[in-house]
Design a protein around this ligand. Sequence first.
Ligand code: URP
Ligand code: ZN
Ligand code: ZN
Ligand code: ZN
Length: 496
Amino acid sequence: MLNQSRILIKGGKIVNEDCSIISDVYIEDGRIKEVGLNLQIPAGVTVIDATDKLVIPGGIDTHTHMELAFMGTKAVDDFHIGTKAALAGGTTMILDFVIPQRGTSLLEAYDRWRVTADAKVCCDYSLHVAVTWWSDKVKKEMETLAKEKGVNSFKMFMAYKDVFMLQDHELYAAFSQCKEIGAIAQVHAENGDLIAEGAKKMLSLGITGPEGHELCRPEEVEAEATQRAITIAHAVNCPLYVVHVMSKSAAKVVSNARRNGRVVFGEPIAAGLGTDGTHCWHKDWAHAAKFVMGPPLRPDPSTPGYLMDLLANDDLSVTGTDNCTFSVCQKALGKDDFTKIPNGVNGVEDRMSVIWEKGVHSGKMDENRFVAVTSSNAAKIFNFYPQKGKIAKGCDADVVIWDPKATRKISAATHHQAVDYNIFEGMECHGVPVVTISRGKVVYERGQLKTQPGQGRFVPRQPYAEFIYKRVNQREQVGQPSPVIRKPYDGEIIAI
Ligand code: URP
Ligand code: ZN
Ligand code: ZN
Ligand code: ZN
């Protein structure tokens, strides 16, 4: 009788972010027990042959919105279907967002999201929390979340005016608190006031279709907010993470800030790396609406390649998907007015393949950088490395056997997500997950999923991630301005 919780992966090439090596991996009770050749293994273990395959850390998707209630409807991929699809695509952990309504408790929203997710997740997960309004209570709750609830990242919106958007003084307060409690501030960087004005203008010009969504918020609207967030974060020595970097202009801002020594990380998403915004000009309304998300996919077709170049060179750091899926009939809420099209696209299932195809197969990055940007960097930034994001003794057994030569064609007809289309429809990708192991169990093998809702676990995260806070704390100590010591002025003063 084979023991399902003891697995030997034989003959594969282990790929970590720093090096690759041919080795066997022995897994027991959810952990990697040994890595090496000629291991002494008990009898009766499940053996998986990985000859000519890569053995990589399971993907970590830094940005999902499973079953989010948003713009009058609810995302169709729930925590069950969404995490099943993730596993089928080689992703073994997601970081989702708690988004409290304005004026409501962050802690209560967190508790509710935990109950919802815990019962349904098929892979491990963790939670970022959004700060959608500001008060002393919010400030206190951020501290409780960081100290007691395993949250070390908070998202602030600079867009969605009158819904989630914070003003600059509120961003200043929220970033200051992130720094105080050892968290990382995340921003949705778009100028919400300009979007509101731009939308009115487009509608007044008779532009009601999906193209109006991008036209009312061109690249500079994203770039300006990105620069503003970086400036505010720097003023309070708070590390910053720019979610969904969608344009060349915003990516350049992040890249320049890193060159100027700022502690800032940029997250492109699968959609932005794998497709572009030209689809929003398609004559078929439904086709165009599928691609509506914020910040928009850009109509400049050189954008995906540019974002991938920056990701390969560490100007951008890590990848998510912003998976927030609405079927066509939900998108149709905005059939006469683009401002009412629910914003969001798919990605959680296809991120790994899209990045392999556009990043590794294209020759822009090697297999090690692929691991860095699909798992290790996320684990470092959000402080659960090397528990995840690494194949080594003692790490969680979230492992994917990856066939770099196999190909697959992405299609809504074959994907595991609930949404009724796929923005990558027809894309041929090299790089296919053959086996996915989550918490030491084979959950996906050659097209077959073997998952149970609730089998994933919440991963709590401690504040003060060393990867970012070593620098931040040192700057705090040595970087304080000091007054010039001088004699008091004792000359004349004019009378007023
Ligand atoms: O279009 C998007 N991005 N929908 C999800 C909400 C967000 O801003 O991340
Ligand atoms: Zn966002
Ligand atoms: Zn199209
Ligand atoms: Zn998002």
